[in-house]
Design a protein around this ligand. Structure first.
Ligand code: WT7
Length: 632
């Protein structure tokens, strides 16, 4: 059944119905999937514990819905197109039948290596087809995947593997990224020095390196393939069995393992994919996100495959071999729907119009944006030069925790407005809350964005620590899910996301807790104390500004110290968390009770020091003058 909304009136009617009768609404969508057994109850919930169960006692396997059920009608349709990093290397295409076979083989390799239902499997791989096979193979046999973006360091990987107590790691020898090659397996080897739960490592040969293979632990994917069958029955899963864990940063130090479950996530990603992008059967769809982030999970793999779409997987970067790479790929495959991040648009804007104007981009119908607020300049550039003023730009707001898109225009169906995520999707019930915890009902008022009713794709728990989930999302306001974002409705009720209101910063669409980066910096032996804040950055959205205090016997020059601090962060988290600016200070501005006054540091980082606000509680006012003088 086609459950796309086709007009603004229909959107309003559907939205109204979804709020009045959410259970009937979602059950109606869920009917469209293959269930081994239907649910007994649509929803069982309270936001106090919190407890959220959708399609209670329903039995299914998400890969049966992504693959098997399409075989009869779409067996020969393309499921996946893989475009390599280097345009001179040949692309590879997989039909639904071929993808089904690849996933089954990988699933059998996992089984052969001891993986059972419920086991956690860590996937640390570049954007190659085997990454897609791996994710789906886990889901096929009921193993819980935990994909770790292949830019994270060995320390970050080890923390995540240990938190999830993963049994098996899937990786590759190396990876290609623009002109560079990166030794992935070596990072895994380092991580595994401190990961006692890992028994096996499956290695895909991507770059042809003779990597170190640990006897009894490491096996090659291509060798394992010789021993496995092309069929693998899908494991029967409960709706609320774990599908995956994905780590994300919060305002406290340690990243949290966000847990998503099988039934609700499936229904949610499929419904939002079809509606937001108004996907049509013959469309070629391209989401540029890495599968290591939630966007890659929900809108590169699961959403499109559930819908029977052709999804493109790109190994490379927007700037290699030149800044026309995205546009070249769009023309090459006739991409119709293109979904990317504002940071990518801003970096391509900066490299001039020539690149984008050299391609026709005639195939494009819908453009999407995700990950951070899109500034008006980038929005217009995208709309005019990429979409030729013909394609709607859907600005999609959501989070790792929400599992799927929550606020967005529906392409060609509901209005768009630069910088606005427009309207809640059916089934989504946002509410704005003021400082006092009261609902803001008038428009044009800023407040905290919360949700007052569950949706099927929402976070169920934080892995291994349910209390942390309650504390992080359900304790700020009674009976509400708190997003951590500030938002505002315009005079017509269109939503605009302002940005994080907690100590989380968004750097090129990647989330970091300031405390997480501080903890990393503090690992450096010369650093006594540090404070990290975000500041506006032309391309990245936010840049990372670190104030560091070093110990007495720090021997080096400031340049050396900065380089060392960067090295420490790269080692602890990865290159993506590298501070853009490091200011060495003799102390941090603190209150008499010892709390760092981040508000002041933020102003310094933003270069807005004319009005620092109330500084009467400062313990040591001269420190502030020193910091202002030394600002970078
Ligand atoms: C945070 C979630 C799920 C998408 C990838 C990022 C910010 C996300 C938008 C948008 C303004 C956005 C929010 C949110 N964000 N999309 N369209 N407009 N801000 O997922 O890493 O979980 O980060 O990204 O601040 O809370 P994530």
């Amino acid at each position: 059944m086609d459950y796309r909304i086709k007009s603004f009136e229909e959107y309003q009617e559907t939205y109204q119905r979804s709020v009045e009768q959410p259970e009937e609404f979602w059950a109606g969508i869920a009917e469209n999937f293959t269930w081994r057994k239907k649910w007994d109850q649509v929803l069982d919930w309270n936001f106090e514990e919190p407890k959220v169960k959708w399609f209670v006692n329903g039995k299914l396997n998400i890969t049966e819905n992504c693959l098997d059920r399409h075989l009869a009608t779409r067996g020969n349709k393309l499921a996946l197109i893989w475009e390599p990093n280097d345009p001179k290397e040949r692309f590879i295409r997989f039909t639904y039948r071929e993808l089904h076979e690849k996933v089954c083989q990988m699933a059998n390799i996992l089984k052969r290596n001891g993986v059972k239902k419920g086991d956690r499997v860590c996937i640390y791989m570049p954007m190659i087809p085997e990454l897609a096979f791996s994710v789906l193979a886990c889901a096929r046999i009921g193993a819980v995947h935990s994909v770790i973006f292949a830019g994270f360091s060995h320390t970050a990987m080890a923390d995540r593997i240990n938190d999830a107590e993963a049994k098996v790691v899937l990786t590759s020898d190396g990876l290609n990224r623009g002109p560079k090659q990166i030794p992935v397996k070596r990072v895994v080897d380092e991580a595994l020095e401190t990961c006692p739960t890992v028994e096996k490592v499956v290695v895909v040969d991507r770059v042809g390196w003779a990597v170190n293979m640990v006897e009894g632990r490491d096996v090659w994917y291509h060798e394992e393939l010789q021993h496995v069958d092309k069929n693998c029955p899908a494991e029967e899963m409960d709706s609320e069995d774990l599908l995956f864990i994905l780590y994300t940063s919060g305002s406290t130090g340690k990243p949290k393992g966000v847990v998503h479950t099988c039934g609700g996530y499936m229904v949610n990603t499929d419904y939002t994919f079809r509606n937001v992008f108004q996907y049509e059967e013959s469309d070629i769809y391209w989401c540029t996100a890495d599968i290591g982030w939630v966007t890659g999970h929900s809108y590169l793999l699961y959403g499109p495959l559930l819908s029977g779409a052709t999804t493109l997987l790109f190994e490379g970067v927007p700037s290699f071999p030149d800044a026309g790479r995205f546009w070249q790929v769009i023309d090459k495959f006739g991409v119709n729907i293109f979904y990317t991040a504002p940071t990518a648009i801003r970096s391509l804007m900066a490299s001039g119009l020539d690149h984008v104007l050299s391609y026709s981009l005639d195939s494009l119908k819908v453009l999407g944006s995700v990950g951070e607020p899109i500034n008006e300049e980038a929005w217009h550039w995208y709309h005019i030069h990429v979409g030729k003023e013909r394609c709607p730009v859907v600005d999609t707001w959501w989070q790792t925790e929400t599992g799927g898109i929550m606020l967005s225009s529906l392409a060609n169906v509901t209005p768009t407005k630069p910088g606005h995520a427009a309207f809640p999707l059916p089934g989504v019930q946002p509410i704005l809350i003021d400082q006092a915890g009261e609902e803001i009902t008038e428009n044009e008022q800023e407040g905290y964005l919360c949700m007052k009713f569950p949706w099927p794709g929402m976070i169920r728990t934080t892995y291994g620590d349910h209390e942390r989930c309650r504390q992080s999302y359900f304790s700020a306001y009674k009976n509400l899910y708190f997003t951590g974002d500030g938002a505002k409705r315009d005079a017509n009720g269109l939503w605009r996301i302002i940005g994080r209101v907690d100590d989380v910063i968004n750097v090129s669409g990647h989330r970091f807790g300031t405390a997480e980066i501080e903890n990393a910096i503090n690992q450096n032996k010369h650093i006594v104390e540090s404070a990290v804040v975000g500041y506006p950055h032309d391309v990245k959205g936010q840049g990372i500004y670190a104030f560091v205090v070093c110990g007495d016997e720090a021997p080096q020059s400031p340049e050396h110290l900065r380089a060392e601090v960067i090295e420490t962060v790269v080692d602890q988290i990865g290159k993506i968390a590298k501070p853009d600016k490091i200011q060495i200070v003799s102390g941090l501005p603190k209150t008499r009770s010892g709390k760092i006054m981040r508000r002041i540091l933020r102003k310094v980082a933003e270069g807005e020091t004319s009005n620092l606000g109330d500084t009467s509680t400062l313990l040591d006012p001269p420190i502030v003058d020193e910091i202002i003088k030394g600002a970078l």
